[in-house]
Design a binder for this molecule. Sequence first.
Ligand SMILES: C[S@@+](CC[C@H](N)C(=O)[O-])C[C@H]1O[C@@H](n2cnc3c(N)ncnc32)[C@H](O)[C@@H]1O
Length: 246
Amino acid sequence: MNGEARRRLATRMKKAVSLVFRFRDQTGIRGFYRFAHGWRFADRAALINHLFVVHGFESYLEIGVRNRSDLYDRINATTKVGVDPDPTAEADHILTSDSYFERSDATFDIIFIDGLHTGEQVARDIANALKALNPGGMILLHDLNPPTALHAREEFEIDGAFPAACPQWNGSSWRGYAMHRKSDPGLEMYVVDVDWGVGFIRPGRQILYAGPAETYSDLESHRKEILRLITVREFLGRHPARPHAP
Ligand SMILES: C[S@@+](CC[C@H](N)C(=O)[O-])C[C@H]1O[C@@H](n2cnc3c(N)ncnc32)[C@H](O)[C@@H]1O
């Protein structure tokens, strides 16, 4: 086998391994669906790329990037901007989301919120992102459907270490989303039950959630009403591929 063939085989194997990990390492619906850009494993990248095709979008802002290969590089946008305060992150702007929104007046078709996973920060990221949307634009968010209280803990670490028993930290991002479910009737909001809960927000109308949304036990008792959980199929029904889409 020559060098080129070996490289191609290694790339294929890397893709297969990463798919297996993506398949295992998430909650919610798992499987392949026909998105506007083809048959894809249902995850945050598939939902976002579907919206780019269906709505003819061009620009993308990612809040919280870490490694570009995890998501940023997988998004089919003409213009992409990534923001992350960690100097080792592969972001275009090494800034917190608050500092970025303070300094920039750029606007985007899709803003993906996946930065600091605390309720207050996510609520603020949503408010700032709404002001930075192009007309017709949309916000997506990650980690809104934590399966246990441990996944939904406020702090990333416990006693100075990341708990091995819980490979994913969803944090209290759901609480920030819930603040807008309780207070802003001028939004359309729901969460697709896939990939740890992928939230969707755009200007529109909603019946506000009036119950408690402070603790994890509030989420457990009122998960469907707080999040407005929908399936991948329902998401595809709300954003049908146009006939000319590939
Ligand atoms: C879960 S990772 C992002 C993963 C990536 N978006 C993906 O889909 O795979 C969260 C990132 O948010 C960054 N972050 C932490 N605080 C932030 C803040 N205040 N503003 C923006 N990003 C922040 C962290 O440095 C970390 O790299």
